[in-house]
Each structure stands twice: as structure tokens, then as C-alpha cells.
Design a protein around this ligand. Structure first.
Ligand SMILES: *[C@@H]1O[C@H](CO)[C@@H](O)[C@H](O)[C@H]1NC(C)=O
Ligand SMILES: *[C@@H]1O[C@H](CO)[C@@H](O)[C@H](O)[C@H]1NC(C)=O
Length: 320
């Protein structure tokens, strides 16, 4: 999700990386509460039922950057994030993040949307020798592809040291994109970002920046509830054979091991250290532009709940 403005051309090779097709799997029902899981402690969960509302567990990321940091959130995305109910609200214990299109008197179009990051204190690491699951039940907007060009919902994590360092140090701090989808495609990506990247020089580092490493899944239904998750598996006790696996509706889809990142420091940031969760819908920017091979959003792109993201629950689970 984080990246550099010049990054979208080099995102294209992603289209040739490992992928699987979802095929016929039964979509998960809305259930309003993160389920308990055998063999795991549910260490934290969000059901959007707190009396003090969204800020109970989350902070709003507002505007077009972290204070004083790289503009357009580092990815070239064009929306301004707000905390207005037209962009973010909870209805019947479901979170709605909704992009809105605003036309000014001169006909100039601007976009607003919303982004949450877990409140400080809500960050977790997988214990040595154990597994950790981070999962959410999400419904992606079901408008047509033409109507969703440039719309970029995401459920992801960043290393907690990122905020300790004043929101500096990407990609070294580590990023796990649990679910990203762009342009209304029935396709979701799961990637890691880590190590080093210098947009001016061809330094791609252990996570092949700015593309990241990981995979994607085709055939993902939109307008239905699916659970998207990652499992960090440290049961092998050797960092090279530890794994991060992406799951949809509990089914393993693709994974990355320490040896594929092949840098102990970078892997430590990704798989051993505390991370916090983010939920957002961006508009425009490197990823949708790169996948579309064109500048997004298009004039056909619509706003509203049909291009937004709904989140039923989020859960973090530590293996017992
Ligand atoms: C929304 O953001 C504004 C700053 O733009 C702030 O003053 C206000 O308290 C925030 N409202 C909520 C509900 O967080
Ligand atoms: C591992 O990645 C770090 C950046 O996270 C880099 O500074 C270091 O040189 C890399 N080590 C090796 C052996 O490539």
C-alpha cells in the first residue's frame, strides 16, 4: 500500500507472479463477531459494537499524508481522507468505508475516502515457535469494473516501529498486505514489502521493491462476505523455513518463506516484530494505475457504497 509515486510501471511484472484461482468455494456468512478458533486464543477482535464508536480501537488517518511525511501517502493516490460519516460509518455493526466524488464550481473533480489504523496498543507479533492469524470478513464493492477503475480497498499491516520512528523508514519497517484489490477486479493481492528501496537507483532489496513479493488470487467474489487472512508460521524454528501464508475463507492460497526473502533482518521485521492493522479505500495511485496501465480514476468511476469496502469483523489469533 505504501510505496513511491514513480512505482506503477514496475508493478506490472506482478501480473506474471504466482497466482491461484479461487474457484467454487462457499462464501462466508456475515456473522458480526470474529469467530473463536480451535487451538488459538482470540487475542484481539473488532466487531464495531463499542459505545464510543470507531475511535475505541482505531485512529483516523486524515488528509493526504502522515503529518510532514511523503504526500499522497507515498503511492500517488489522489483522495483526501476524512472522518466524515459520508466516508466512514458503522451500521448494524458493519464498518463502511465509502469513496465520495466531489465536483467543484469549475467542474474539477476531487475524491474523499477514509483510512483507519489500529490505535497504539493494538499491535501484535507472532511468538517464536507458534503461529499467528490475522483475519477479517470483508465485502468488496460490486459495481462494474468500469465503475471501479482506480478504487483500491486494502486490509494490511505495518511494522509498529514505523510509528515509533515518526512514520518514517518504509519499507524497512515491514508491510504485509493481507488483501488488496483494484479496479473492481475479481482478484485480490497478498504481498510483503521490506528491506530497502531507492526510487532513484535500481535498488530493489530483499522484497523486490517497489513491487513487493507475494501473489494474487483470481476469481474472488465481490459483493459477498469473504474472509481474508494471513498466517505467520514460526513453528519450524528456523527463520528460512518460517512462512507467511495468505488465506481466503480459511483456504491457503499462496505463501512466502524466509528463504524467499533471503535476508534475516528483513524477515525479522516481517515475521517476528509487532505490526498494526490498517483498513482503507484509496482512489488512484501506483497500484491501480499499474494494473490498468493508465491513469486512474476514469470519468466512468463512480462513488458510493457500491465501490466501497464493508468490514464485518477483524480478529487476531495466537496459537495456544
Ligand atoms: C474528525 O477530524 C477532525 C479534524 O479534521 C477533528 O477535529 C474531529 O474531532 C474528528 N472527529 C472524530 C469523530 O474523530
Ligand atoms: C538485508 O536488508 C537490509 C535492509 O533491510 C540491508 O540493509 C542489508 O544490507 C541486507 N543484508 C543482506 C545480507 O543483503
Amino acid at each position: 500500500m505504501t510505496g513511491t509515486i514513480s512505482s506503477y510501471i514496475s508493478l506490472l511484472p506482478l501480473l506474471s507472479t504466482v497466482f491461484t484461482t479461487l474457484g467454487a468455494s462457499s462464501p462466508i456468512e456475515k456473522r458480526a463477531e470474529a469467530p473463536v478458533k480451535t487451538g488459538f486464543n482470540r487475542v484481539w477482535w473488532e466487531n464495531w459494537g463499542h459505545k464510543d464508536g470507531i475511535p475505541h480501537n482505531w485512529v483516523y488517518n486524515l488528509g493526504t499524508s502522515y503529518p510532514g511525511q511523503v504526500e499522497q501517502w507515498g503511492t500517488g493516490e489522489i483522495q483526501t481522507y476524512t472522518n466524515k460519516t459520508e466516508n466512514i460509518r458503522v451500521v448494524n455493526k458493519v464498518l463502511y468505508i465509502t469513496p465520495k466524488k466531489v465536483k467543484d464550481a469549475k467542474g474539477k473533480i476531487t475524491w474523499t475516502s477514509a483510512r483507519l489504523e489500529g490505535r497504539k496498543g493494538n499491535q501484535w507479533a507472532c511468538a517464536d515457535g507458534k503461529k499467528m492469524l490475522v483475519e477479517a470478513s470483508i465485502k468488496l464493492g460490486s459495481a462494474s469494473e468500469a465503475q471501479q477503475k482506480g478504487i483500491w480497498p486494502a486490509f494490511w499491516m505495518l511494522g509498529d516501529v514505523f510509528r515509533d520512528r515518526g512514520y518514517k523508514g518504509w519499507p524497512e519497517v515491514g508491510e504485509i498486505d493481507i488483501m488488496e484489490s483494484v479496479n473492481g477486479l475479481r482478484q485480490t493481492w497478498g504481498l510483503v514489502h521490506c528491506g530497502i528501496y531507492d526510487g532513484q537507483k535500481p535498488i530493489r532489496g530483499p522484497c523486490n521493491e517497489p513491487d513487493g513479493k507475494g501473489g494474487f488470487v483470481k476469481g474472488v467474489g465481490r459483493g459477498i462476505w469473504n474472509t481474508y487472512g494471513i498466517e505467520i508460521d514460526r513453528t519450524s524454528k528456523d527463520w528460512k523455513t518460517e512462512k507467511i501464508t495468505w488465506l481466503i475463507n480459511g483456504v491457503r492460497r499462496h505463501s512466502i518463506s524466509g528463504s524467499e526473502v533471503n535476508n534475516a533482518t528483513a524477515w525479522d521485521f516481517l515475521a517476528h516484530r509487532k505490526m498494526f492493522i490498517l483498513l482503507n479505500v484509496a482512489v488512484g495511485g501506483g497500484f491501480p494505475n499499474g494494473v490498468e496501465a493508465a491513469q486512474t480514476p476514469f470519468s466512468t468511476t463512480i462513488d458510493g457504497d457500491n465501490v466501497g469496502m464493508q468490514v464485518d469483523w477483524v480478529g487476531v489469533y495466537q496459537q495456544i
